[in-house]
Design a protein around this ligand. Structure first.
Ligand code: BV8
Length: 247
């Protein structure tokens, strides 16, 4: 870890953290686009779009039921816990996660935007009512609302707009944050993929944490390559020492 990175992070007045599937990889949840990725046997368009769901809700729910069975066994890993410690260290902090696994909330992070939704929440396709559905496995596929209509996962599919509250919150923090740590994302899904450049354009300091270079590496002031479960706890340790905060 080089001194300059720690120095710049320690000076942050408003820290934004953005995460993708990579931060949950060490919790045993496959990423989307890696070699063993979730999309390996499917094309995203076949599973994570409204058209796919309307055409074949069973297949979409079978895939999501399988993912929920994996996520249900997963625990927050040291990377998630390190981000919780960062939240406690900085006055102004926001986490924007693309992940739908809920692990950041389970790690205790409070200031969080689940910009692509949450796979444990469902929404009635008729009434729009949102509720939690924790059954693993699902009792029926597709699950039904009490009103009889099919329930959908309360996630943002490709081609669907990000909920306005989440977008407003995100654009707001992008304007005011001075430091961004972006963790475990391939940086290909918009609009989140454009966020690091926005921070950079506003004069912010951008640090990337990933196991390999991504399009974000060209934007970042520093790229820390390694597993987020190792790198983030190290960042926290250095920041504690630099800021004189007891563990
Ligand atoms: C929208 C659903 C308006 C939930 C997902 C320009 C502007 C706006 C939109 C678009 C645009 N161009 C194209 C679009 C449309 C589209 C898009 O971005 N398409 C891409 C593919 C080109 N965007 C949208 O449709 C968005 N809606 O903008 O509305 C609109 C609408 C239509 C047209 C125009 C505008 C909605 C996007 C949300 C899609 N929903 N998921 C679910 O079922 O899961 S996306 C899916 O990908 C997941 O949510 C996931 O989080 C997300 C991003 O993937 P990553 O998290 O980055 O995961 P990935 O596997 O790719 O990468 C993992 C990384 O981790 C890798 O880099 C790896 O190296 C690293 N890693 C692995 N292990 C570790 C690690 N790093 C550290 N440590 C480790 N141990």
């Amino acid at each position: 870890m080089n001194e300059k990175v720690v120095e710049r992070l320690a000076q942050a007045k408003s820290l934004l953290v953005i995460t993708g599937a990579g931060i949950s990889a060490e919790s045993g949840i496959p990423t989307f686009r890696g070699a063993d990725g979730l999309w390996k046997n499917y094309r995203a368009e076949e599973l994570a779009t409204l058209d796919a769901f309307e055409r074949d809700p069973e297949t979409v729910w079978q895939w999501d039921d399988w993912r929920r069975s994996i996520i249900g066994k997963a625990e927050p890993n040291p990377g998630h816990l390190a981000i919780k410690e960062l939240e406690d260290m900085f006055e102004s902090f926001l986490l924007i996660t693309q992940n739908v696994d809920g692990l950041h909330s389970r790690s205790g992070v409070k200031n969080i935007v689940e910009i692509h939704g949450n796979l444990w929440r469902v929404r009635c396709t008729r009434e729009g009512k949102v509720s939690m559905l924790m059954d693993i496995p699902l009792k029926s596929i597709p699950p039904k609302c009490d009103c009889g209509a099919v329930l959908r996962p309360d996630v943002v599919w490709f081609g669907e707009s990000i909920p306005s509250y989440a977008l407003d919150l995100s654009f707001n923090i992008l304007e005011q944050c001075d430091t961004l740590i972006v963790v475990g994302t391939s940086g290909v899904v918009y609009p989140v993929a454009s966020f690091p450049q926005t921070v950079k354009d506003n004069g912010g300091y951008v640090v990337e944490v990933n196991v390999e270079p991504t399009p974000i590496s060209a934007i970042a002031d520093a790229s820390l390559y390694g597993n987020s479960g190792d790198v983030l706890p190290m960042v926290v340790k250095w920041l504690r020492e630099r800021k004189g905060i007891k563990a």
